[in-house]
Design a protein around this ligand. Structure first.
Ligand SMILES: Nc1ncnc2c1ncn2[C@@H]1O[C@H](COP(=O)(O)OP(=O)(O)OP(=O)(O)O)[C@@H](O)[C@H]1O
Length: 412
């Protein structure tokens, strides 16, 4: 279900917005519009939906428009055109009172520079939003205490926030945002000011927290590794435009533009690419009870393979058969492949990553079987070649010519 729907949202900074909008509709670029009108196109025609409970990351370099877009979601900045629909309510039409309610109850923001009140204690900072809503002291302190525990700040309740480390301050920022129990968390480069180790720790903790909270999170970052680590889906922005939206795996395996490709080239793909995207789903298999020895040998001869996955008639994965074993039991006069099936082999699921499959690389060029988690049926196989190529970091299969195609062309 869609929680937030952004429709054709455009944000311009400057005075001649009408003229700039017209030029934008005519297809002029950000630079051309700036030259002609002095207006900056911060966000251009953004349209996307964020699902309930989704961790949605907006990623882009400095100046790409991600903070501007995030701020349009709760109207900290008024969009020039377009709508933001929260739970079917168009919040671009809300009056101040309605908007205040949305900001207090439904969307909370966590800032990069923490935005805390330095002379107040941790618990007072966390309870501040509740204080503004005139919630009785006992109730607000109880609520604040529960979120303080949630973010791992127990014991720090009465410390002044100025005396805390960056990581601890950001926990206060997060607890303050969570105190109202908002449906949506807007996080603007929330971990960018932290040093790398603390940042990694906060990322891991946020993932754990999200598993408990199931909030809808919109997270801004300029760091693709962070986006991949956190996001269920990532929107990549360039010059105010969203150039691609997809899961981390979509973006890595199928970058929409050269710009996205240039980002993903540097990413360690091993922990992201899964068996599901690498597997071949119509492998040659030996079917136990149907193929027998003769059928299996025929399949090996026509495919040129010396080892085949063996499955039952209803596709349950049974193991592997090797040519040498099939020949040996044939010589002994056997008719079925039963005694040639090597059973004890590791299997992958569709979401098993390349990194997890690497130890499966076995001798004899055997493929990695991919089975359905629930039914245990064979759904495909991953060739060792694919696994090995993924480990080299070569990344070509994106609408461009593969190195092998290129070599072929050069030879011919
Ligand atoms: N208040 C403003 N007035 C005029 N132009 C602005 C204003 N705020 C942002 N911009 C411009 O809008 C564009 C998008 O800026 P924005 O801050 O949203 O990008 P960003 O991707 O969040 O970058 P950063 O990570 O550096 O904050 C940039 O060209 C920026 O210069």
């Amino acid at each position: 279900m869609s929680k937030l729907k952004i429709e054709d949202l455009t944000l311009l900074f400057g005075h001649e917005k009408e003229k700039a909008l017209t030029l934008l509709k005519q297809g002029k670029t950000k630079a051309e519009i700036f030259k002609e009108t002095g207006c900056t196109v911060a966000v251009k025609n953004a349209s996307f939906s964020i699902k309930q409970g989704e961790f949605f990351v907006i990623m882009g370099l400095s100046g790409s428009g991600k903070s501007s877009l995030l701020r349009c979601l709760n109207r900290l900045i008024e969009p020039t055109s377009g709508s933001v629909i929260l739970n079917k309510v168009n919040i671009t039409n809300l009056d101040d009172k309605g908007l205040q309610k949305v900001r207090r109850k439904e969307m909370a923001m966590v800032f990069q520079n923490f935005g805390l009140l330095p002379h107040r204690s941790v618990i007072e900072n966390v309870a501040f939003g509740l204080e503004l809503q005139e919630i009785p002291e006992k109730e607000r302190l109880e609520k604040a205490k529960s979120v303080i525990d949630l973010v791992g700040l127990q014991g720090y309740e009465n410390q002044h926030t100025a005396s805390l480390s960056g990581g601890m301050q950001q926990r206060v920022g997060l607890a303050r945002a969570l105190a109202n129990d908002p449906e949506i968390l807007l996080m603007d480069e929330a971990f960018s000011a932290l040093d790398p180790l603390i940042r990694k720790q906060m990322q891991d903790e946020l993932i754990d927290l999200q598993e408990k909270m199931h909030k809808t999170i919109v997270f801004i970052t300029h760091d693709l590794d962070e986006a991949i680590q956190l996001g269920d889906r990532i929107a990549i922005m360039k010059d105010g435009e969203i150039v691609q939206i997809g899961t981390p795996e979509d973006i890595l395996t199928n970058p929409a533009t050269d710009y996205v490709s240039s980002f993903v080239e540097k990413v360690d793909r091993k922990s992201i690419i899964t068996a599901g995207s690498l597997m071949f789903d119509k492998p040659t298999v030996a079917i136990y009870l149907k193929d027998g020895i003769e059928g299996t040998l025929r399949k090996m001869r026509t495919s040129g393979l010396t080892t085949l996955p063996a499955v039952s008639i209803d596709k349950h994965f049974l193991g592997f058969v090797y040519l040498r074993d099939v020949l040996e039991i044939k010589a002994q006069g056997e008719k079925t492949i039963k005694n040639a099936i090597i059973k004890d082999v590791p299997v992958a699921y569709a979401d098993t990553t390349v990194e997890q499959m690497l130890p499966f690389i076995a001798e004899n060029g055997r493929v990695v079987p991919v089975i359905d988690k629930d039914t245990h049926k064979l759904i495909g196989v991953v060739a060792q070649t694919s696994l090995l190529i993924e480990t080299t970091g070569i990344n070509w299969d994106h609408g461009t010519e593969s190195p092998i195609d290129k070599i072929h062309k050069e030879i011919i």
